[in-house]
Design a protein around this ligand. Structure first.
Ligand SMILES: [Zn+2]
Length: 254
């Protein structure tokens, strides 16, 4: 669930942001969930933001804009009609100790460098950074995939992250990949936690599945927790060879 920080830039359209900022402020300060007002609860559409100390309304607005711009598309692609109300808890980097303590309590361990995770099927947690808007879309995709299959969380990890990276549109730039990078490392390598490989390959793993087996195959794979033989009729070795060939073809280096 946790993952290292990603660096994907996220452009914010200023006019939309300003409009959102005003709509968020209309509801802020009405429903603090604790007597001292921390975290600050902000209701917006299907989301309930819990903004911890140091997180501004503008920070919340940027994340909300990204979620509003992507949530319906992701639900539609994964054929999820209904979502529970999603709680979006946000910590400031100036209170990193609180973030770390909350992660330890929720996950039983700390993934250092992680800036987002999903402790429950209806909650994402974010450590504020410039990529938080795009990271919130990644975490939202995880939450939608829970509705497709409640046991999909990191099971298997290669597919769990592939779905989130693909649905969030976080495509890697294949022009920067060396020849060594283009060698598929295998699903075992993509199941590791202290590795960027699940994120590096995830987008094209999902894209390759959809290109050959369609959305039906993609969803069958998610529902079967990555049973390649059962859902797609392909062995793991053949799948790895297919993905590598698919990526090499996209990169123009077959
Ligand atoms: Zn993830």
């Amino acid at each position: 669930m946790a993952h290292p920080p990603r660096t994907a830039a996220h452009r914010i359209r200023r006019a939309v942001l300003l409009a959102l900022a005003s709509s968020v402020c209309a509801s802020c300060g009405h429903s603090a969930s604790e007597p001292d007002g921390d975290p600050r609860a902000i209701e917006a559409d299907e989301f309930l933001f819990l903004a911890h100390e140091g997180v501004s309304d503008d920070d919340v607005s940027r994340i909300l804009e990204a979620l509003r711009g992507n949530a319906a598309r992701i639900r539609s692609h994964l054929r999820v009609a209904e979502m529970p109300r999603v709680r979006v808890s946000v910590w400031s980097p100036s209170h990193r100790d609180d973030w770390t303590q909350a992660m330890q309590a929720a996950l039983g361990q700390v993934y250092s460098g992680a800036t987002g995770y999903t402790p429950r099927k209806d909650e994402m947690r974010l450590l504020l950074n410039p990529a938080s808007p795009s990271e919130s879309v990644h975490e939202y995709a995880h939450l939608v995939s829970f509705q497709v299959n409640p046991t999909i969380g990191n099971n298997p990890r290669w597919l769990w992250e592939a779905v989130a990276v693909y649905e969030a549109g976080s495509a890697p730039d294949l022009r920067t990949w060396t020849d060594a990078d283009l060698a598929f490392p295998g699903l075992h390598a993509l199941n590791q936690y202290d590795s960027s490989l699940p994120y590096r390959w995830g987008y094209h793993v999902a894209m390759g599945v959809i290109a050959r087996w369609g959305d039906d195959g993609y969803l069958a794979l998610i529902r079967s927790n990555g049973d390649l033989q059962g859902s797609l009729g392909i062995t793991e070795a053949a799948f790895g060879a297919y993905v590598e060939g698919f990526v090499r073809g996209l990169a123009g280096r077959a």
